[in-house]
Design a protein around this ligand. Structure first.
Ligand SMILES: NC(=O)c1ccc[n+]([C@@H]2O[C@H](COP(=O)([O-])OP(=O)(O)OC[C@H]3O[C@@H](n4cnc5c(N)ncnc54)[C@H](O)[C@@H]3O)[C@@H](O)[C@H]2O)c1
Length: 278
């Protein structure tokens, strides 16, 4: 906790949908829950002008340490995790809102090492993943054998780096876009597979190359995203969950995921120099 204050100081990096939601909740409910806003940074600072008091706007992200944060939350892009993740961990706990960044084995290792070196926690929010802690427990006991996650959404909800979805038509129905390891999926759909990335962190023994995923475009899903998780343990043990996450047409993020992020942030009070699913 920053000197002279009993409130946890939170820095928010990114002011898109999730960033705006978190900033609003911290300003509205934070004090009662022990949080205060230390800064907000956005790539385009004009988006913040007039909406937030000037003293809360950070214009140069490289000056983040001036704000003495307890927790820094990234909600913008994996690239910022790559550029700043280690620096953030040298000063604060760090909640990585774009965990697909961790599919890069080198970055993953550097962030884990930084967390250990500085005694600060790298928090990975569960997002739309159901049962993340159960998966982690099974993993930690050595009993997790396989994990598969299928994410199905309306085609307007996908942001893909390739052109696999070009030319979709309303009413075309269901189309499997990709099936493979989460390591292969993350670069193809970095904004859509954060839930799978969180699962790959929970299932550390399988990791990004061992956890399998599938993304499916389905024009029937105009009101919600579907996340299916299939867990396999020893001796025929299996769990299959199906989460229907209400979402606006074209939205990358389901409605319930916003509240899930807020609850994750409330957990970020320091859990030592390690990665922690929250
Ligand atoms: N963990 C999860 O379950 C989960 C769920 C939803 C979204 N996300 C991730 O969180 C992040 C934010 O999501 P959102 O819904 O608020 O997205 P958004 O598109 O509404 O906002 C993203 C913001 O980041 C900025 N930005 C984009 N690229 C950037 C870059 N290279 N450098 C700096 N800033 C950049 C944009 O200008 C925008 O202000 C995304 O990476 C998204 O994939 C994670």
């Amino acid at each position: 906790m920053a000197a002279g204050s009993s409130l946890l100081r939170i820095g928010v990096v990114g002011y898109g949908h999730l960033g705006q939601y978190l900033v609003e909740r911290i300003l509205k409910d934070g004090a009662a829950l022990g949080l205060t806003l230390a800064f907000v940074w956005n790539r385009n600072p004009t988006k913040l002008t007039g909406l937030l008091p000037d003293e809360l706007i950070l214009s140069e992200l490289s000056r983040f340490a001036d704000r003495s944060c307890d927790v820094i939350v990234e909600v913008c892009h994996p690239q910022i995790v790559k550029e700043f993740g280690q620096h953030f961990l040298s000063q604060s706990h760090f909640m990585v809102g774009s965990p697909s960044a961790l599919s890069d084995p080198d970055l993953n290792m550097r962030l884990r090492q930084a967390a250990q070196q500085y005694g600060r926690t790298l928090y990975v929010p569960t997002g739309a993943l159901w049962g993340g802690q159960d998966i982690q427990r099974l993993n930690d006991s050595g009993a997790l054998k396989a994990l598969f996650i299928r994410m199905s959404k309306h085609p307007s909800c996908f942001r893909l780096t390739g052109d696999v979805l070009s030319g979709w038509t309303e009413g075309e129905g269901r189309r499997v876009l990709f099936r493979g390891s989460v390591a292969e999926l993350c670069p193809l759909a970095p904004n859509n597979v954060n839930t799978m990335a969180a699962a790959a962190v929970a299932a550390g023994t399988l990791g990004f190359t061992g956890v399998q995923g599938e993304i499916v475009s389905d024009t029937a899903l105009s009101d919600f995203h579907v996340v299916e998780v299939e867990v396999t343990g020893p001796d025929g043990f299996t769990v299959h969950t199906v989460r229907r996450n209400p979402a606006r047409l074209g939205a990358v993020t389901g409605n319930a995921t916003y509240n899930s992020f807020w609850n994750s942030l409330l957990t970020c009070k320091g859990h030592g120099g390690r990665v922690y699913l929250c």
